[in-house]
Design a protein around this ligand. Structure first.
Ligand SMILES: [Zn+2]
Length: 92
């Protein structure tokens, strides 16, 4: 008897850019790997994750507020180029 099959209908996360809550599935998970932010669209990478709307507006906000550094508890600004590329490719 494990509780593993309990699926939450709609887990929510807060976008680190606009600070609005949204369904986890509507947000892009970001993880920090060696001083850089890496997009994790499938949510499979280990470690602490931050969530942002897959939109350059929200990513810009997150970068300007250093929200990603704060989310990952690092002092230096993180390289978010890989996330930006992912977001721009995903945009219509
Ligand atoms: Zn947002």
């Amino acid at each position: 008897m494990s509780g593993r099959t309990h699926a939450r209908a709609c887990p929510e996360r807060t976008c680190v850019g606009c600070r609005e809550r949204a369904a986890k599935t509507d947000l892009l998970r970001i993880v920090e790997v060696e001083g850089a932010c890496v997009p994790d669209p499938r949510g499979t990478l280990p470690g602490r994750g931050a969530y942002v709307h897959p939109a350059s507006l929200c990513l810009d906000l997150a970068v300007r507020r250093r929200a990603l550094s704060r989310a990952f508890k690092v002092k230096e600004p993180l390289d978010s180029e890989a996330v930006r590329q992912h977001v721009e490719q995903a945009a219509p």
